[in-house]
Design a protein around this ligand. Structure first.
Ligand code: KG4
Ligand code: ZN
Length: 341
């Protein structure tokens, strides 16, 4: 007997629902992205995000079931993101999931958004070689940058964290400074391909005495200073070189700290997760450097790196199997931590 989990995700600017079988096989995956709306404002406007979620959530869930060719009777549990994220958007997903669980009498499971990103690594076609704990995972998104030791499917230990900006946030801010618009990550990624990563030496910051922690505000400030300096001297900057050099500085730190953590904690596998894991150079660099040290490298398919419902269903499957259930008092927790319940 297979287990079908419906995953619902509304923590930021994607209204998403998916059906995943046995924590692995994606049966349907529906994502309504609000990016075009928020682009007008240069970033996510929480109130507008909440309204868009309200407008779209029912259609998105209906389509996830239709695409899967399943009915409510086939769904074993509903998994929903309850944090971290924007409180208004989170509440739309949580309230919808609770209403459906109650009306259809289906078990409800609350999922941590970051643990969802990590669980995207389990999604794959049946018959392919799956990744399994333990492994060291770099989670880098718009709101988070962590090195997480995945001890088991539902057990996590934070090994490293950012002291200031998240990696994705740095990409977004630098993109804005060089006039690329929102969301910046994919645009920097693309422009950097035309630039020289060694053109400008931006700092590779380490923080305090933890070899695994990050700081990205220094790199971001160095880019802004470089741009201001050039403007004052009337020098025209090569934006592709700025994008490539900035991206290389961030990736050097992300890759080296994660691989060091994997080696120091005797892990055999390193993995990537979160929106920044969609970055083409980060994927290549991590693979090369991990394999050079004898580590296995894994990253989710591109579509499962940025926010989606399938990753929430994958994480929800393991929570469900571990016997964890949410009740109708489930609330949104905007600052929910990894491993916290
Ligand atoms: O995981 P995600 O969709 O949402 C959060 O949970 O935050 O991540 C979005 C972040 C944004 O900061 C975006 O600029 C970044 O991921 N991102 C990228 C790329 N694609 C998305 N950053 C670098 N390169 C990319 N290709
Ligand atoms: Zn996310």
């Amino acid at each position: 007997m297979s287990t079908n989990i419906l995953g619902i995700e509304t923590s930021c600017d994607e209204t998403a629902a998916a059906v995943v079988r046995d924590g692995r096989e994606v049966v349907s995956n529906v994502i309504y992205t609000q990016i075009p709306t928020h682009t007008l404002y240069g970033g996510v406007v929480p109130e507008i995000a909440s309204r868009e979620h309200v407008l779209k959530i029912n259609q998105v869930i209906k389509k996830a079931l239709e695409d899967a060719e399943l009915t409510w009777d086939d769904i074993d549990a509903i998994a929903v993101t309850y944090g971290p994220g924007l409180v208004g958007p989170l509440l739309i997903g949580v309230s919808t999931a609770k209403a459906l669980a109650y009306a259809k009498n289906i078990p409800l499971v609350g999922v941590n958004h970051i643990e969802g990103h990590i669980s995207a690594n389990y999604l794959g076609a049946a018959g392919t070689d799956p990744i399994a704990p333990k492994y060291m995972c770099l989670v880098a998104s718009g709101g988070h940058s962590h090195i997480v030791r995945v001890d088991d499917y539902t057990e996590y230990t934070i090994i490293g964290r950012t002291h200031d900006d998240a990696a994705g946030e740095a990409f977004d801010k630098v993109a804005r400074a060089i006039g690329l618009g929102y969301p910046g990550g994919p645009k920097v990624d693309k422009l950097a391909r035309e630039g020289n990563p060694n053109a400008i030496e931006f700092p590779r910051a380490s923080v305090g005495d933890s070899p695994y922690d990050f700081s990205f505000s220094g790199i971001k400030s160095a880019v802004l200073n470089y741009l201001n300096g050039a403007e004052m001297k009337g020098i025209e900057v090569n934006k592709a070189d700025v994008a490539a050099s900035f991206q290389m500085a961030v990736i050097d730190v992300l890759a080296d700290h994660t691989i060091q953590a994997a080696l120091d904690y005797n892990m055999k596998t390193v993995a990537l997760a979160g929106g920044v894991a969609a970055n083409s150079l980060l994927r290549e660099t991590m693979k090369e450097r991990a394999e050079a040290k004898g580590l296995r490298f894994h990253c989710p398919e591109l579509i499962y790196c940025t926010d989606n419902g399938a990753m929430i269903a994958a994480a929800g499957y393991h929570e469900y199997k571990a016997g964890r259930r949410a009740d109708l008092y489930l609330n949104a927790i905007p600052n929910l931590k990894i491993g916290e319940r």
